[in-house]
Design a protein around this ligand. Structure first.
Ligand code: ADP
Ligand code: ZN
Length: 710
């Protein structure tokens, strides 16, 4: 089968996305490759399809043990033999998988790097591996944000199997990291694909120092805008994730919390509730979201500054996978900056981490199109401003801020550099807090010099002064602000600076509400949305009955396509994006029935549908007993379908149905006992009689046709 045929048959897709065909082609020709694509870009197909198209099997190395089982289950749901080996399974299960692998029953083996490195020493040189796929390949680099030392030992793959292609895949790798990947894996002249990282449908917004009340208002407006869809709020700590969950629930919305401190059971319950849509929001630490293929995430909020751009981009990338508008909102304050710096110091790789943090900060504090900053970080150049970020939509107004800066700098100098951001804010506004009195800061000349501005304004301007390099934060001295040499130039009037004017965050939602308060948010659904909701209910029922995640039944994108095109027969259903052969037969009729009902038609499928499902499975090479199991029918029913299909010339290959000897035995008994031959057949032969007769008639028919032609 060609890659394109595999795409349709197993995955139900009609065309490749940008890059996929080229990457697959390189692997088919045995060439190494380095694949950079954003989350959701479609990396998995790039190694799965060559694995299926070539003899042997592919080995997929992934560090995310929790995801391997999900991925193999998703593959199995598409009728692809895949299995996983890792420390989360017991040893006898792992051994059984390895045996099945060597017997040729598995096309994709997912394995942890630790385990692969153990196994590979034992493997013979002639083992039929057709590809090594290294997922999350950035883990190999010290420059990546998720360095894992065990990954560096993967260099041994190429030494042992110099002729097997390696495909390294990642969603996040800057230039240095890419170089490390190629070098450390010993890739030979790799085919390199860099997909565009642009996700133009995600609007970008950064809110500086919002304060809790503002945060909650902004979050509430996002939830209200998307009552039937969902969002993620990333929090820095478990505690803040829990608090945020409570706050959102207190507003009358439905939120759950997800973090590493919860039990596995609690976590999977939370994830389930999110995937099923029973909750609107999940408040999570970074542990959430990897591998979630949920296409209707409409917003991602960062409650704190992320520690690097790679993580930020990967996290916001979980929104809007269906290509429809989605929103990324980032809250940050100087306090985040200080917390993160401490994390970075503790991480033991402080210079790299700090550098990445600085880049993140630069993004948050940008005065130019934010998407341009992101894309340039990933090595792409954007020719235009995006028009879909807060800076583009609301360009900052700048003014000469030299006087304000001089005020702040001289206050800092007069207290001997002993004030941090918040203390300095108080001093400038002339606040008589007890600390200030105790330290005598209320007696300095600049005390209260800035009382015309409020807390939020000073916060905003002081942050900018730090960004502009007038102050540096003395992390080792209680985060006090110290004037820099450039700051001193400003104090003495040798340099001037500009500041962006403070604009209080005001949401459209708030403006609306000032006019009138809507009684109740009861969204009205369009017919298409209504059908979509019904299809989701069916998906849920199947998911519960079969014990597989809803998105493994069909993705939201697939249900949307169904709701839009409303397939009413199996043929039409096969045309829906994401409906491969296996799922067509296994789930298709349930959804067709619902759609037919929705259209006011009889729910029963058109005549012959059941036979067609048998035909599809038969053509995929599945033996009759398995077809019967898959379809929940008796074997004799399946055989009667097949006999009819032979009668209609729909099946013309009989090799797997019965042996030549069985066929001849049946005909022989029929000749001897023409009236009641089936009574004389053995248990084994009886179910095959109908098929044998159909084949006999088929051959008579075609022999007759042949003689007529002569
Ligand atoms: P990644 O691994 O890059 O994050 P995935 O491989 O999980 O992305 O793909 C993301 C989604 O896009 C999945 O639902 C996948 O089925 C879908 N997808 C991948 N390739 C195609 C394609 N050619 N046509 C339609 N959908 C696709
Ligand atoms: Zn922009």
């Amino acid at each position: 089968m060609t890659p394109k045929e595999i795409l349709k048959k197993f995955y139900g897709y009609d065309s490749f996305r940008s890059g996929q065909a080229e990457i697959i082609d390189a692997a088919m020709q045995g060439r190494d490759s380095l694949v950079l694509m954003p989350t959701g870009g479609g990396k998995s197909l790039c190694f799965q399809i060559p694995a299926l198209a070539r003899d042997g099997f592919a080995v997929v190395v992934s560090p995310l043990i929790a995801l391997m089982d999900d991925q193999t289950a998703a593959l199995q749901a598409n009728g692809i033999p895949a299995a996983a080996v890792h420390s989360g399974h017991n040893e006898s299960d792992n051994r059984a998988v390895m045996e099945a692998l060597f017997e040729g029953h598995i096309k994709l083996l997912y394995i942890s790097p630790e385990r692969l490195l153990q196994e590979i020493d034992r493997w013979s040189d002639r083992i039929p591996v057709n590809l090594f796929a290294i997922d999350e390949a950035h883990c190999i680099s010290q420059w990546g944000h998720d360095f894992r030392p065990v990954y560096t030992d993967l260099a041994r793959i190429k030494q042992k199997y110099p002729c097997v292609p390696i495909m390294a895949l990642t969603a996040t790798a800057d230039r240095l990291c890419r170089r490390d990947i190629a070098a450390n894996l010993n890739l030979a002249d790799p085919f390199t694909w860099t997909g565009s990282f642009d996700r133009p449908n995600i609007s970008l917004q950064v809110v500086n120092n919002p304060g809790m009340k503002n945060k909650m208002r902004l979050i509430a407006s996002l939830i209200r805008k998307h009552p039937n869809d969902s969002g993620i709020i990333y929090c820095l700590s478990r505690k803040s994730a829990e608090e945020m969950t409570e706050r959102i629930n207190a507003l009358g919305f439905r939120a759950v919390c997800y973090h590493a401190g919860m039990t596995t059971h609690e976590r999977s319950a939370a994830q389930k509730a999110f995937i099923n849509g029973t909750v609107q929001v999940v408040c999570a630490t970074i542990a959430f979201g990897m591998g979630i293929d949920k296409s209707n995430i409409r917003y991602v909020v960062h409650n704190n500054l992320p520690s690097n751009i790679e993580s930020y981009y990967q996290e916001i990338g979980r929104a809007g996978r269906d290509g429809l508008p989605a929103h990324a909102m980032l809250f940050y304050s100087m306090a985040d900056m200080i917390t993160l710096r401490n994390f970075a110091e503790e991480s033991g790789r402080s210079s790299v981490s700090n550098e990445k943090l600085q880049q993140m900060l630069k993004f948050a504090q940008a005065g130019v199109c934010r998407r341009r900053i992101l894309l340039s970080y990933f090595g792409e150049t954007a020719a235009h401003d995006c028009g879909n970020c807060d800076i583009c939509l609301n360009p900052p107004h700048r003014f000469d801020g030299t006087t304000l800066a001089q005020m702040a700098l001289s206050a800092s100098i007069r207290v001997g550099g002993k004030a941090g951001m918040y203390m300095l804010n108080d001093i400038l506004r002339g606040s008589l807090k007890s600390d200030i009195r105790r330290l005598g800061f209320d007696r300095i000349k600049t005390f209260g010099a800035g009382r015309d501005l409020n807390v939020a304004q000073w916060n905003h301007y002081l942050s900018q002064m730090v960004q502009l390099g007038l102050f540096e934060i003395a992390y080792d001295e209680s985060n006090h602000l110290h004037p820099t040499p450039f700051g001193m130039d400003v104090v003495y009037g040798r340099a001037r600076i500009e500041l962006a004017r403070y604009v209080p965050e005001q949401t459209k939602d708030e403006k609306q509400r000032r006019g009138r308060i809507p009684a109740l948010d009861v969204p009205t659904l369009s017919p298409e949305e209504e059908l979509f909701e019904q299809l989701k209910t069916i998906r849920m029922a199947i998911s519960q009955k079969d014990g597989i995640a809803p998105y493994m039944v069909f993705s939201d994108a697939t249900l949307h396509d169904m709701a839009h095109r409303r397939p009413k027969t199996l043929e039409e259903m096969a045309d829906i994006s994401g409906v491969g052969e296996r799922k067509l037969v296994r789930f298709g009729s349930r959804f067709i029935q619902a759609i037919r009902k929705f259209e006011g038609m009889t729910a029963t499928l058109p005549q012959g549908s059941s036979m067609k499902q048998t035909l599809i499975l038969y053509n995929s090479g599945m033996p009759v007993p398995e077809i019967a199991r898959e379809r929940g029918l008796s074997e004799s029913t399946v055989y009667s379908h097949i006999a009819k299909l032979i009668g209609e010339d729909m099946i013309t290959q009989f090799g797997t149905l019965l042996t030549r000897k069985q066929y001849e035995d049946i005909l022989d008994i029929r000749r001897r006992y023409p009236d009641n031959y089936s009574d004389h057949l053995s248990e084994r032969l009886r179910p095959l009689a109908g098929v044998a007769m159909a084949i006999y008639n088929y051959q008579q028919r075609h022999a007759a046709a042949r003689t007529q032609n002569h």
